[in-house]
Ligand binder design. Structure first.
Ligand code: HEC
Length: 136
């Protein structure tokens, strides 16, 4: 008898868990999707060592030079919290592939991730539209 109770109990909680998973899978919550894009973009940004030169204060990304050598970083690189106020996505895409210039120079780093990563990253960058007081 005891065993049966325990077993039914297990079944009930398993069903509850499954229920949550299914609800989670089918809820097309747009803000959730945006949060995920944001998290993915931040991961791409940090993986590609953009953080060695740029902070994005509005997304709580501080400079982190990680394993980079001093000659691989540039202290004059701007914080990117307001980059969406300054540039259009098409311009950014060219710039980050070193196909156009700003102030007479190409960007210091060419983006070498996948096309999919590039889409997420550049869409996220142009959504940065908050002027912040930079620490510099
Ligand atoms: C070696 C240092 C360095 C790294 C690494 C670097 N950048 Fe930059 N980036 C710069 C500098 C310096 C500028 C400013 C150039 C200028 O204003 O002429 C800049 C400019 C930019 C701009 C335009 C900012 C503006 O307001 O005009 C964007 C966007 C940008 N970088 C994104 C990235 C991304 C994304 C990565 C990672 C894939 C990255 N950067 C990696 C140094 C770097």
């Amino acid at each position: 008898m005891k065993k049966t109770v325990a077993f039914t109990g297990m079944l009930t909680s398993a069903a509850a868990v499954l229920g949550f998973i299914i609800v989670g899978m089918f809820s097309t919550d747009i803000s959730l999707a945006q949060d995920q894009d944001q998290a993915t973009a931040v991961a791409i940004f940090t993986e590609h060592e953009c953080q060695g030169c740029h902070s994005v204060q509005i997304a709580k990304i501080d400079l982190d030079i990680g394993d980079l050598e001093p000659d691989e970083i540039d202290e004059d690189a701007p914080d990117l919290s307001a980059v969406g106020l300054v540039h259009e996505i098409d311009w950014l895409k060219l710039y980050l592939k070193k196909k156009n210039k700003q102030n007479g120079e190409k960007h210091e780093k060419k983006f070498r991730g996948t096309d999919e990563e590039f889409e997420v990253l550049t869409n996220w960058l142009v959504s940065m539209k908050t002027e912040v007081e930079t620490k510099k």
